[in-house]
Design a protein around this ligand. Sequence first.
Ligand code: GRF
Length: 203
Amino acid sequence: MFKIAVLASGGGTNLQAIIDAVNNKEINAEISYIITDNEKAYALERGRLNNIPVMSFDRKQYKEGLSDKILEVLKGKADIIVLAGYLSILQGDIIKEFKNRIINIHPSLIPSFCGMGAYGIKVHEMAIEYGVKVSGCTVHFVDEGTDTGAIILQKVVEVMEGDDAKKLQERILVKEHEAIVEAVKLFSEERVQIDGRKVSIKG
Ligand code: GRF
């Protein structure tokens, strides 16, 4: 059975979208672990409510050792790792061990409004401030950089008259849930191919 590990830091609505898709058999896989970098993340409760093994490693306690701790747990236990609102930086051996098997969802059309410090509502504030006519979300591979990995799929969301950051965030979050499920499903069906920065979908 295809195994998915999910890392989260917050409420976990993207995680919930994956849980729902697995539970209703839209994705033929199992979620082997949910790991958060803080014990208050509601994502943990979402796991408990669905009998999924959950763990949290306090980022303030583990500091630079956090990624290695996660690797220790996940090595051999996951086919892909999904960052679903995970705010700590993933670094070191885990990136090599899980090369082209770690994906992240970002709430903008990368390469716009991404990189260090661009997370959460800030991303949407930047988009509104810039005056873009469209924004959206991106699922991409995780590499050594921040939001720099090859792009797997994107969904476009129109910026409407009178939108503020909150309204735009809510509209994009709906598309994020679709995008993350679509991407995980493609991986579970082994349909994602990568050649340099070019990602193509088989079949
Ligand atoms: C989402 O907007 C995601 O794109 C970003 O963090 C947020 C997490 O939301 N990486 P949730 O915890 O999945 O609800």
